[in-house]
Design a protein around this ligand. Structure first.
Ligand code: BDP
Length: 717
């Protein structure tokens, strides 16, 4: 009876539930629907559309609110700048919402339980604390939160050398409250690990977004500069809450419109809204702009006229946007123009722009996503070959922006060998929060785990412990500028990101850019608490689901080091894809499946791509005995009957991965169903609807890929 009842509701049987739950990861945590306690809250939670992201400031439980109220009586935000205003507003909104009664925000008159926020410059009280030495260590964007005595009263001081730091401190304090952590006896000192913590939008002037899955662009060009969408300030707030301090607003495949006299005032208006939140605005520029926008005969970077043109353009921009961040450039990549069109190299190309921006304090972010076929037959090797030759040739205000993997934003790639290889040129990382190759806005895939795998990978550039994270934060080589950028996912969708869980990738990108040493589970848990609930069992269940989600995605799409098994939409399986504009855009170029085996031989016996890594890493990848199995077919070509570590044949192991992945997706659906009483009906349903797609499409991946490869292996399915 029970079995049937279950089957009717969910489409699979009770046995499936047990088998398809989150496996080892969440053992004991998955709540079967029929066991889920009917909460008195059921159906009482008001619907939410997700617009507020993780800044919902849900009312705290009565006891939680009482505890906080014992320590927080009033808020005093020092200073009169627009940033101080923003802090005042955020604190008022947040505390009122969380505590259920308004908390007075005062200008003066410290009492016990005052939260005092300011800088030594805007507050004599903060100066009076004599924290200069400690504040110098945390810097203008870092902060200290500690109890202090002021006029014989006990206060909580949130102090920074800079106003943006004070804002970040305020958000940190609010996060502690939102996530149910104690706020008495705090001793917090935070400093961001990298300087440029950026978001890259791939937005076009016509409102579309390249690889955007959540509606059209946030920027309303027809309305600007006169009319402002409320989203502009909310967007900046949200970024500030996770420490993002820069945003490139337009696509790397750059339209010259964005640097036109018509658009610059619109862009300047946007920058004005963001300024109080500490978010600097950057633009993607097209290398041939001197020709296409300036009417010049050439864009040759060594041409003095071209240098003058870029200088004049920079001057024009800085007149309108005095704190403009700089240019992001995709050059000689996928058909974009670049210095090589004029027989020049990437350093010469970047430097002409760097020289134009330098007097204003601007930066050039030059992308390493280049893969010219004449450099090497293997796309994975090309950027390393070109850029390592140019190390030291770039101006100090140039950063090379390198994607996490050597090919593209695949579900799993080994880290790009350029991390650790550039000793005299600043390298920043580019990860992708918009899930282009990871289920787009249809699949629940939390990327915190993937980025941690990347950031914690050891390059061995200076011996053991030279992790990618350490390279990025400048502790391996003393980079002058450091940064991490995420190609991001918001659009005009009500919940910004399309999938409610895709919001977590925006969140994780900011948190990891702030501190790459944070754990993926911690970030998932923080996000869950702020986005959904503080109810312990639910938090645990959602966190574990998120933690398992990326591996599940890899399992049902491209396990064991496979990659690029897609067609042009970058969503559906298309392993047979053999025809595209370029061979390195096909699937067969990468998997090379044949009757005897599968995989790309990048070992020392193959095309020697492993040689681009430092010796212990090179050797680890090179040897079948030590190569992590998750990268097996990335580096090795194996026979179908090759024995993997478990003793199974490669064919059996491959089948197992695909089946496990699709089962995991079913498990996510079951788990989510069990949370119906804990999540508001609207968001619960919207996620559930997408999980239906995920379950269906993961099964399609499994079946199509296995069937296709079976055509080569001829082994039983
Ligand atoms: C690829 C995307 C393409 C981007 C390109 C890039 O499919 O839309 O323009 O990366 O990063 O993965 O430049």
């Amino acid at each position: 009876m029970k079995k049937n009842h279950l089957k009717k509701r969910t489409g699979f049987s009770r046995r499936d539930f047990v088998r398809t739950s989150l496996g080892g990861f969440a053992a004991g945590m998955v709540v079967l629907p029929e066991l889920a306690q009917t909460s008195p809250l059921q159906n009482q939670l008001p619907n939410e559309d997700g617009y507020k992201l993780w800044l919902r400031y849900a009312p705290l439980s009565a006891s939680g609110a009482d505890t906080i109220k014992r320590n927080v009586r009033q808020v005093q935000v020092e200073g009169s700048s627009s940033t101080a205003e923003v802090i005042r507003k955020e604190m008022t909104t947040a505390l009122t919402s969380m505590l259920g009664s308004s908390v007075s925000v005062v200008q003066s008159g410290v009492v016990d339980g005052t939260v005092l926020i300011g800088t030594p410059t805007n507050s004599s009280t903060i100066r009076g604390l004599r924290w200069e030495a400690d504040l110098a260590k945390t810097g203008k964007e870092g902060f200290i939160i500690r109890p202090a005595r002021v006029n014989n009263r006990t206060v909580i001081a949130i102090a920074s050398e800079g106003e943006t730091g004070a804002l970040y401190g305020a958000f940190h304090f609010l996060r502690l409250m939102q996530t149910g952590q104690p706020i008495d006896r705090l001793n917090v000192a935070e400093r961001p690990k990298v300087q440029m913590r950026m978001i890259n939008h791939w937005d076009n002037a016509n409102g579309s977004i390249e690889r955007g899955y959540a509606g059209n662009s946030l920027w309303q060009w027809a309305d600007l500069p006169g009319k402002f969408s409320p989203r502009y300030a909310d967007y900046a707030r949200v970024n500030a809450s996770i420490g993002i301090n820069g945003a490139v607003i337009n696509n790397v495949n750059a339209d010259i419109k964005f640097i036109s006299p018509e658009y610059l005032p619109k862009i300047a208006a946007l920058a004005t809204v963001w300024r109080p939140y500490g978010v600097r605005l950057y633009l993607s520029v097209n290398f041939s702009a001197p020709v296409t926008a300036g009417g010049m005969k050439t864009a040759d970077p060594m041409d003095p006229g071209v240098a003058t043109w870029w200088k004049a353009k920079a001057d024009e921009i800085y007149k309108l946007i005095p704190d403009f961040g700089g240019f992001l450039v995709k050059a000689n990549s996928e058909g974009q123009p670049g210095p090589k069109d004029y027989g020049r190299n990437h350093a010469e190309g970047a430097n002409v722009m760097a020289d134009a921006l330098a007097p204003h304090g601007g930066t050039v972010i030059w992308r390493a996503f280049i893969y010219d076929e004449d450099v090497d037959a293997d796309r994975a090797k090309r950027a390393y070959i070109e850029f390592t030759k140019l190390d030291g040739k770039f101006r100090p205000n140039v950063l090379i922006q390198v994607k996490n993997g050597a090919i593209d934003f695949m579900p799993r790639e080994p880290f790009h060998p350029l991390f650790g290889a550039m000793k005299q040129t600043s390298v920043m990382a580019e990860v992708q929060a918009t899930q282009e190759y990871l289920g787009q806005a249809k699949h629940l895939v939390y990327l915190g785990t993937m980025w941690k795998e990347f950031l914690d990978a050891d390059t061995y550039a200076k011996g053991k412990g030279s992790t990618v994270g350490k390279v990025l934060d400048g502790s391996i080589y003393p980079y002058r500028v450091t940064g991490i950028a995420a190609v991001t996912n918001p659009g005009l969708n009500a919940n910004w990101c399309g999938h409610h869980f895709s919001q977590s990738n925006w969140y994780a990108a900011g948190r990891l850019a702030w501190n790459h040493e944070l754990g993926a589970a911690q970030i998932a848990e923080e996000w869950t608490r702020m986005t959904f609930t503080n109810e312990a069992r639910t938090v645990q269940t959602i966190r574990d689901l998120m933690m398992a989600s990326r591996e599940a995605y890899v399992n049902y799409t491209m396990p064991l080091g496979l990659h690029h098994l897609i067609g042009g939409d970058h969503y559906a399986p298309m392993p047979q894809n053999a025809r595209a504009q370029r061979t390195d855009w096909t699937a067969v170029y990468y998997h090379q499946a044949s009757a005897e085996g599968i995989g790309f031989d990048r070992t020392m016996r193959g095309d020697k791509a492993v040689e681009q890594y430092f010796p212990p890493v090179r050797d680890m990848f090179d040897s079948l005995a030590t190569c992590p199995e998750q990268f097996l077919l990335w580096f090795h070509r194996c026979r179908w009957d090759y024995k993997v570590k478990s003793g199974k044949t490669l064919w059996e192991a491959l089948k197992e991965k695909y089946h496990d992945g699709a089962k995991q997706a079913m498990g996510f659906q079951t788990t989510w169903a069990s949370l119906a009483s804990q999540i508001d009906p609207q968001r619960h349903k919207e996620v559930a609807d997408r999980l239906v797609i995920q379950v269906r499409d993961s099964a399609a991946w499994r079946d199509q890929i296995l069937q296709y490869f079976q055509g080569f292996s001829k082994l039983p399915l």
